[in-house]
Design a protein around this ligand. Structure first.
Ligand SMILES: C[S@@+](CC[C@H](N)C(=O)[O-])C[C@H]1O[C@@H](n2cnc3c(N)ncnc32)[C@H](O)[C@@H]1O
Length: 400
């Protein structure tokens, strides 16, 4: 069935209508006339694929057609940024009733990712196809940093010789690499095969002397164990810090409460610019241990890190600025309640999921006004984007 792509949905899929029914087609461009094959019929919409052969000049990866990682390569990078701005505006309007002007900062759009997870089946390694567990074998992923690619290519060789591995996580920071493999293999062979790796885990067993990576950034030294979260774009993370610093310098808070603090990414960075104290809360014990170590080395005497669930540790603590950077699922109901009932003058909400951000902002509107949003494109070529929002508590004046 021939049809014209009229718009994009939030995942960057083309939207067209077939017999009046909305049909989503991935990896096409607005304005394309394409032959659509419907692959799934749902009550209110269809899922389709394009049967028209098209080559888009912006596509740089030979795996683009099948891989579920990059969904936006058919757009130029400028178009991707525009798409993400529009996406945020539409989601906020539709789901939070907020109309907000916003801008986006782009980053290097290739070789930016410092962490990746590969799936392995027998002697094949790659990513899963979009919305399935079908392995797409890949030769190279252009989003990854060169240091990761070097280890990936070696891993490709390894699994041809030794079968039994099922999964591999590779992370690279400050030129060093961590490799964590799962499955079954020969420990000694694995160790000998990857001399370029500084940290090597075989399932839960550490096979190297070093057990963590470090990342130095401005005056901070961060420590990363295998199970700690860290921002995945080396260039994007600098933009995020820059933006958060600008906001904090503008607000000049007395003290800061940093919920979901990870290894102290924001707490450590901001501690020299606040007069009072910074408190970070995080659930992963190794992340908190590492954050404390960074604070000690950096002589950040005004920072305290607490390990535990924010739902238990965060009540209506006193802080003039609260920073929240939750996982994709957004803020828990009890956290939203505490934020509304607490006495925080400002909030910086960092979000990697626009839908949960909109859900939370809709509720937080009761007590806060959204002052500004800046987007940072931490995930070029994918439909994901990072949002940094500044909220201010409503006063009688702002409520009018
Ligand atoms: C998006 S990351 C942000 C981490 C940090 N702000 C950064 O930028 O590196 C979310 C963090 O929340 C932590 N987390 C998830 N659920 C939590 C909970 N219930 N209580 C405390 N921390 C939690 C995760 O372990 C993760 O480190």
């Amino acid at each position: 069935m021939q049809c014209k792509i009229e718009d994009y949905d939030h995942f960057g899929r083309g939207i067209c209508k077939i017999n009046g029914k909305i049909t989503f087609v991935p990896k096409v461009r607005v304005g394309d006339m394409i032959d659509v094959q419907i692959v799934k019929e749902k009550k209110n919409y269809n899922l389709g694929i394009s049967k028209t052969e098209k080559s888009y000049p912006s596509v740089f990866c030979p795996h683009f057609d099948k891989c579920g990682g990059c969904m936006l390569q058919q757009m130029t990078y400028q178009e991707q940024l525009q798409f993400k701005e529009n996406k945020l505006k539409n989601i906020l309007k539709k789901y939070a009733g907020i109309e907000q002007e916003l801008t986006i900062v782009g980053t290097q759009n290739k070789n930016y990712r410092n962490k990746v997870i590969f799936h392995i089946k027998e002697d094949k390694i790659g990513f899963y196809e979009e919305e399935s567990h079908q392995l797409i074998e890949i030769d190279q992923c252009y989003l990854l940093k060169e240091e990761i690619t070097e280890v990936f290519l070696k891993l490709k060789e390894y699994i041809k010789l030794e079968k039994g591995l099922t999964k591999a996580m590779i992370r690279s920071l400050d030129k060093k690499v961590m490799l964590v493999v799962e499955g079954k293999t020969k420990k000694e062979k694995l160790k000998d095969f990857f001399p370029m790796v500084s940290v090597l885990y075989y399932n839960k067993e550490l096979l190297t002397n070093e057990n963590m990576l470090t990342f130095s950034c401005y005056d901070n030294l961060y420590f990363l164990s295998k199970d700690s979260f860290f921002q995945t774009n080396d260039f994007g993370l600098l933009e995020i810090l820059k933006e958060v610093k600008r906001l904090v310098e503008e607000i000049r808070p007395e003290n800061i409460l940093d919920l979901y603090c990870g290894v102290g990414f924001f707490s450590l960075f901001l501690s020299p610019i606040v007069k009072g104290n910074v408190t970070g809360i995080e659930i992963v014990p190794s992340a908190i241990e590492n954050a404390k170590k960074s604070a000690l080395i950096g002589k950040r005497d005004n920072v305290t890190f607490l390990c535990g669930d924010v739902r238990k540790l965060f009540s209506k603590k006193d802080a003039s600025l609260i920073i929240v950077d939750p996982p994709r699922s957004g803020l828990d109901k009890t956290i939203r309640k505490n934020l509304i009932e607490g006495d925080f003058k400002h909030m910086i909400y960092i979000s990697c999921d626009p839908m949960t951000l909109a859900r939370d902002l809709k509720e937080l509107k009761e007590a806060y006004i959204l002052k500004e949003i800046k987007l940072v494109d931490e995930f070029p070529n994918t439909y994901h984007v990072e949002s940094i929002c500044l909220l201010e508590r409503l006063s009688n004046e702002t409520e009018q």
